[in-house]
Design a protein around this ligand. Structure first.
Ligand code: GLY
Length: 560
């Protein structure tokens, strides 16, 4: 009788639990890809259906985004991949761009030592040595299972048959048209005038992809593609040489790994600040009962804000390329250090950012960069964030090769103490040096629960990436939202300086804001851009996968 009662209670408990977190996104039994464009997600999924693994699908999705989403998908940029294989082994690949060999610490300063506005954002000098092709080939070399030619073939076909312009894409193209024409030249073949429903074909990009498919890495970093690329960049005033391309390498890194309650988070290590900042925020919040406070309640917003304030202060000061600077990770990633940082936190009164550290950050950024999440039928997972930095990168489109070049050099601190285009102020650790990688906020993350794969998550959004990823994980874990609800939920952001909270336009009440103001919080009243575009996957209790594709963009989850 007692056993029947216990079993009954258990069934009731489990079914209540399931009821509370019914999936609301796309659900699939075997495998899933979630990315910024349906075309890219579908190509990634086709590779999985053909028997490819998550790493093959990474190559396919990354390259398909370069065709379908040139706003951030790229051949001319770089990114980070975090993986977890089904046997529990984990790792991280850094294919971040590098400063050219001829780069100089003061290359963006005038004779008085002041930053020359725009010099690290526009023009040939803003371009870092691209890493994406090295990233996909290194991924494939290490873990791929299908021949590379088979993986690239559908992407060449996509470039040749074309991509249909969505409403959001047409608006983006309209917004950046003038800048693209200014930076590339009026004669550019890039479709600078189009409307929703038009089909955009990329023949030059198809030819470049054919070279890469035929020659492998050498099809991009050597030979005719490299020759054309170097000539083009130098024509635009850049300093990248053939030696820069030849010497580029993707680097394997140890991801940042930590526990939060009964979760294990695996995230990107330097030169991304994502994992370290996520660690600090989560460890600062861990002692508190967030779920009791309620989703987006005043207490939760206060705690989240104070954790972000303190973690971002450290981010800006200590982090840079680990191949060039000693980062005190043994301190920054220590529970006692992080918890001490919260000693002066109280729910009664906001902390002032000037009491936390030094710095000068003045603006917010938009939604460049893109993230995709993949789980294959064996349970291998990859979490990838890739970028050109700005929207369409430097806005310099290489007509002959069919892709945009990044403006990632702006992610260095041009002058320690001066803010970049994201309003982030860097320090000495992120100063420019030849061959060095610039600091990033990209936060591709994988979460385990009870030693099993639980979530794959990441976002674009410059400095807002880290808070978008943190909120999404909290939404699922602490507040029992489904994966799709967690992605949809309105987001907020704080980055130490400027010392105010940014709320998305919809979803936060005036009562909440008044309550926050009453204990000393400042709230940004400017029209707020969206904060992040999260693409994520959650493993459900029955082993199926739920996609969370961000409705803020054209993002799409597909599975089988
Ligand atoms: N370029 C944006 C980032 O790396 O964070």
């Amino acid at each position: 009788m007692r056993i029947v009662f216990i079993l009954g209670s258990l069934v009731l408990f489990i079914s209540c639990g399931q009821k509370k977190i019914q999936p609301t996104g796309v659900v699939s039994k075997n495998a899933m890809v979630v990315s910024a464009r349906e075309e890219a997600s579908k190509i990634g999924l086709e590779i999985l259906k053909q028997g490819g693994n998550a790493f093959d699908a990474m190559v396919a999705t990354e390259l398909a985004l370069a065709v379908a989403y040139p706003f951030a998908g790229n051949l001319g940029g770089g990114g980070f991949m975090v993986y977890r294989k089904n046997d529990g082994s984990i790792g991280a690949l850094d294919y971040r761009e590098k400063a050219p060999i001829a780069a100089k610490r003061d290359m963006y300063l005038d004779s008085l030592g002041n930053v020359i506005p725009g010099k690290s954002i526009y023009g040939g000098l803003s371009i870092g040595v691209p890493g994406t092709i090295a990233g996909v080939f290194e991924t494939h070399r290490a873990f791929g299972s299908l021949p590379i030619k088979e993986i690239i073939a559908p992407i060449i076909e996509l470039a040749e048959t074309g991509v249909v312009v969505t409403k959001k894409q047409a608006l983006r193209l309209e917004k950046y048209r003038e800048a693209i024409l200014r930076e590339t030249g009026e004669q550019t073949h890039f479709y600078n005038q189009c409307i929703e429903g038009d089909t955009l074909r990329y023949q030059a990009l198809a030819e470049t992809l054919k070279q890469i498919s035929k020659e492998g890495l050498g099809g991009f970093y050597e030979g005719p593609v490299a020759d054309k690329l170097v000539d083009f960049i130098q024509d635009k005033g850049g300093i990248i040489t053939k030696k820069d391309l030849l010497s580029y390498n993707a680097a394997w890194r140890q991801p940042v790994v930590f526990n939060y309650k009964d979760l294990k988070l695996i995230s990107m290590s330097p030169p991304s600040s994502g994992g370290v900042t996520l660690y600090q925020m989560f460890k600062m919040m861990e002692p508190y009962k967030l779920s009791d406070y309620g989703h987006n309640s005043q207490k939760y917003v206060q705690l989240f804000t104070e954790a972000a304030r303190r973690a971002y202060a450290d981010r800006n000061y200590f982090l840079g390329d680990p191949d060039f600077v000693d980062i005190p990770l043994d301190v920054l990633l220590t529970k006692s250090y992080v918890e001490n940082r919260m000693d002066n936190f109280s729910f009664d009164k906001a902390t002032s950012s000037s009491d936390i550290g030094h710095g000068q950050i003045k603006i917010m950024e938009s939604q460049e960069t893109t993230h995709y999440s993949i789980v294959d039928k064996e349970g291998n997972a990859v979490s990838v964030t890739t970028t050109l930095n700005g929207a369409y990168g430097s806005k310099i489109y290489c007509d002959e090769l069919g892709f945009f070049l990044n403006n990632e050099m702006d992610d260095f601190s041009a002058k320690p103490g001066a803010p970049n285009m994201f309003g982030l102020t860097g320090a000495e650790a992120n100063s420019i040096a030849p061959g060095k990688r610039m600091l990033s906020s990209m936060t591709p993350t994988i979460v385990e629960k009870d030693d099993q794969l639980y979530m794959v998550v990441g976002s674009p959004g410059g400095s807002t990436i880290i808070t978008a990823v943190a909120q999404t994980i909290m939404n699922v874990y602490e507040f029992d939202l489904s994966m799709q609800e967690a992605v949809n939920a309105p987001r907020l952001h704080h980055q130490w300086k400027p010392d105010y909270i940014i709320f998305e336009t919809e979803g936060f009440s005036e009562d909440l804001k008044d309550g926050l103001k009453s204990v000393g919080y400042k709230i940004n009243t400017d029209p707020t851009p969206i904060l992040g575009k999260v693409d994520a996957i959650k493993v459900l209790v029955n082993g199926s996968l739920e996609g969370g594709a961000d409705k803020r963009g054209d993002d799409t989850a597909v599975g089988y």
